[in-house]
Design a protein around this ligand. Structure first.
Ligand SMILES: NC(=O)c1ccc[n+]([C@@H]2O[C@H](COP(=O)([O-])OP(=O)(O)OC[C@H]3O[C@@H](n4cnc5c(N)ncnc54)[C@H](OP(=O)(O)O)[C@@H]3O)[C@@H](O)[C@H]2O)c1
Length: 292
């Protein structure tokens, strides 16, 4: 496997890779590491179906970086919006080389319940669950799904997923609840990996810690970044590298059901390796989505 690491950038991990003719769906394409992912996929010749809360935001990102593709509105906290995005993408009639589930919100200070679910769980997990399950059959034979999780999945509740508290109303902690939603991303990749065809892959990643708009809900984002250690922070280019590596690099083509950090396979939490938990989450998510 190529010897990339924490300092590698998305540009470096795609050096010499020609993505022309390839089409990627990318959520959160207008900000942070998603915007950098959009830019670098485009730089290597890919077409990007860029999803953002509004089509205008997605179009602005495509235009800013001169990336060929299609802008699609997709508010991940609104199941109808996600379903409409699925229909729009399907209507394009394209096969997908990859789906990169990158968008997310982090550590809301107070519990916010929407449609009976904690807003982080709804946005980070359920929205992406509807999107990915709605598009997965469009993957090419070598198509890849990348779930952008987080090292914060280690902060998920002791039980992994609190199925009796998915609203957040029976106990809420900003990081624990964020961690739960990111664990859900990991578990989703795990189940998907078992359901995809030979040659297709599904993986989850931790991008590192990068100063982006993700800290918008934190009172003391600077303090959080200080506690991580300024020397340990990644640039946006470095932060986008792992998801881009897993989405396009030949060395990742045969790797599936895994968790990556710094462009390398990394062991996730015990809960993230719990197959029964993963299957239960999938079944519960299907049930929830059917009622939303
Ligand atoms: N930055 C880090 O240190 C770090 C560490 C670990 C994991 N991650 C993960 O990396 C991913 C990207 O984060 P980032 O750092 O690039 O943050 P960011 O700059 O805040 O970007 C997040 C993206 O998600 C979008 N988004 C949020 N809520 C949405 C919704 N309801 N519907 C559709 N899109 C929505 C945002 O859109 P708007 O601009 O419209 O809000 C934005 O495009 C996230 O999944 C995050 O959990 C980041």
């Amino acid at each position: 496997m190529a010897s990339f690491g924490a300092a590698s950038t998305a540009e470096e991990v795609t050096e010499g890779i020609d993505l022309s003719g390839r089409v990627y769906v990318l959520t959160g394409c207008n900000s942070g590491i998603g915007e950098e992912t959009l830019r670098v996929l485009g730089l290597r010749g890919a077409e990007v179906i860029g999803l953002a809360r509004t089509a205008a935001k997605a179009q602005a990102a495509l235009d800013k970086h001169g990336v060929a593709g299609t802008a699609v509105a997709c508010d991940l906290s609104d199941p109808d919006s996600v379903r409409a995005a699925v229909a729009t993408v399907r209507g394009l009639g394209r096969r997908l080389s990859g789906i990169i589930a990158n968008a997310g919100i982090m550590a809301l200070p107070e519990p916010r319940t929407t449609l009976g679910l904690d807003l982080q769980f709804l946005t980070n997990h359920i929205g992406h669950f509807i999107l990915v399950t709605g598009l997965v059959d469009l993957l090419t034979d070598d198509g890849r799904v990348v779930m952008v999780s987080s090292g914060a999945h280690f902060m998920a509740p002791e039980v992994g997923i609190e199925f009796d508290n998915l609203s957040g109303q029976r106990g809420y902690h900003p990081w624990r609840t964020y961690g739960q939603s990111k664990l859900a991303n990991l578990l989703t990749a795990k189940v998907l990996a078992g359901r995809l065809g030979d040659g297709q892959t599904a993986n989850a990643i931790h991008p590192g810690v990068i100063q982006t708009n993700l800290g918008r809900h934190l009172d003391d984002y600077e303090g959080v970044l200080d506690s991580v250690g300024r020397d340990n922070l990644k640039t946006v280019g470095q932060g986008a590298a792992t998801q881009v590596f897993v989405a396009v690099h030949p060395d990742a083509a045969a790797l599936t059901g895994l968790y990556f950090q710094d462009c390398k396979v990394k062991e996730p939490s015990a809960a993230a390796q719990d197959e029964a938990l993963a299957e239960r989450l999938w079944a519960v998510s299907e049930e929830l989505v059917a009622g939303l």
